[in-house]
Design a protein around this ligand. Sequence first.
Ligand code: ADP
Length: 209
Amino acid sequence: MSAEQPVYRSVLLLGPPGSGKGTQGKVLSQMPGFVHVSSGDMFRNLDHQSDLGRLFLEYSTRGELVPDDVTIRLWRHHMERMAKSGQFDIKRDVLLLDGIPRSAHQAEMLADNVDMLLLLHLQASQEAMVERIHKRALQENRLDDINPDVVRRRFQEYEAATAPVLEFYPTDKIRTVDAGAAPLEVLRQIIEVLQVMLFPETLQHSIAV
Ligand code: ADP
């Protein structure tokens, strides 16, 4: 890859389907200096009639990953558009990556593009997540979540392809939070980790309770 790739300071939210990456990413992106980018949303926002939109539906309805070259190319375009439109400021903002990189190979492809400041591992058991996913499927009309076989397939995909992303980054950049806890508690844990890892100077302002 050429050396001219822009380098994005990033925090990766990594966890199985339903672990709350999207929920937490959206909340945190309300904070100045954080921008949430979900590859799942990026794909879902494609025109379903376009070639890329059709390709996405073909894979996602089977619970499979879209091929790496297409995914990475689309993501790079997406980031360039966000930077151009002012939604993302490369100097000021930290990217909250959700859903990408989703395999060790994608992590490798993005190595020159992403300065990984922190990997937040949202750890959760499959059983606890299945119920959440079922609710979400009904609330958000997500085609990929409605079929239980597809949901199972996505968990297998997570274990086989995505969990190895944890091996790609140095352990001192990885912190694990309990994603099975209530969403507010997960948020509290994440904020604590972000403070310690990214903004240690703000810790002196902690309030005693
Ligand atoms: P999840 O509920 O697991 O967070 P997402 O919304 O992130 O699901 O992704 C939905 C679908 O979009 C995936 O099943 C996959 O087909 C596709 N997808 C999302 N991100 C990627 C990626 N980084 N690489 C390949 N496919 C992806």
